[in-house]
Ligand binder design. Structure first.
Ligand SMILES: Nc1nc2c(ncn2[C@@H]2O[C@H](COP(=O)(O)OP(=O)(O)OP(=O)(O)O)[C@@H](O)[C@H]2O)c(=O)[nH]1
Ligand SMILES: [Mg+2]
Length: 250
């Protein structure tokens, strides 16, 4: 692997971070502070100058207030609250707009995605347009639900057949890429809906000639709170998204 990578130090005051980790939150009060601390610890141990940008959609459980209370004094943690707007993909887009890093990391905020992979994924993002934390390459997996593991696996097969994408995990949503990629993509049609945004993001990247690397990751149990994924409802939405992408390219 080549490339200079991010500086092996913490940013000095006023200096923009090299890496921004964007975390969309909705009712994640139970585990968010622990996760952010974990990300900072892993990042700092690897010498990454990083910031964490949390985008909370005014969670009724007080996620944002809680995080500000616990970690608000750390300048590497920024908590943005959107009011009157909800949605996973649009929250991620908002966070990417707020992020200052050269390399951008998108993760779930409930602890499903293990931050241990962040330093490797950030390094690999020097050589690939997108690095995916993948359940379906050797060493990857999912501790949480066998049903969800195999259902998502089958849906990924369908995505590969319908869209011709040579990616094993199009739905992971654990993504690392350089900011400059966003300048090359048609961003507005990508970031709407739920986890299906990741399929549009990867599809556009590959169609632009971008290279995607999958790094194995094992989904962990969420740290607390409840799932927002309405599995069966989202199945039809995702299916429609995949065929729309095939037919219209958007
Ligand atoms: N800002 C924001 N974040 C959201 C919204 N819906 C979901 N999220 C976040 O998106 C991430 C994924 O949602 P989850 O409920 O964990 O979905 P999941 O991982 O498929 O479900 P589990 O396996 O049960 O964890 C979590 O970090 C949520 O907090 C939303 O409307 N706004
Ligand atoms: Mg989750």
């Amino acid at each position: 692997m080549t490339g200079a990578g991010p500086p092996a130090r913490s940013p000095s005051p006023g200096e923009p971070p090299a890496v921004s980790v964007v975390l969309p939150t909705y009712n994640e009060r139970d585990g968010i502070a622990e996760l952010v601390e974990e990300i900072l610890t892993v990042g700092r141990a690897a010498g990454l100058a990083l910031e964490v940008v949390v985008v909370d959609d005014d969670s009724p459980d007080g996620t944002a207030e809680h995080l500000r209370h616990v970690l608000g004094a750390d300048p590497a943690v920024r908590v943005c609250v959107r009011r009157g707007e909800r949605g996973l993909a649009s929250a991620i887009r908002y966070g990417l707009g707020e992020a200052r890093g050269r390399t951008l990391v998108v993760m779930d905020s409930d602890g499903n995605h293990d931050p241990a992979q962040v330093p490797l994924m950030v390094r690999c993002a020097d050589d690939f347009e997108v690095v995916v934390g993948s359940r379906y390459v050797l060493g990857g997996g999912m501790l949480t639900s066998r049903f969800r593991y195999w259902a998502s696996y089958a849906f990924n097969v369908l995505i590969r057949v319908v869209l011709g994408l040579n990616i094993h995990d199009n739905l992971s949503g654990y993504l690392v890429f350089r900011r400059t990629l966003l300048d090359r993509l048609d961003v507005p049609p990508i970031f709407h809906g739920y986890g299906d945004y990741a399929v549009r993001f990867l599809y556009q990247t590959v169609r632009q000639g971008g290279r995607v690397l999958e790094v194995p990751t094992v989904y962990r149990f969420r740290k607390g709170g409840e799932s927002k994924t309405r599995f069966f409802a989202y199945f039809w939405t995702y299916l429609a998204s995949v065929f729309r992408l095939r037919l219209t390219g958007r």
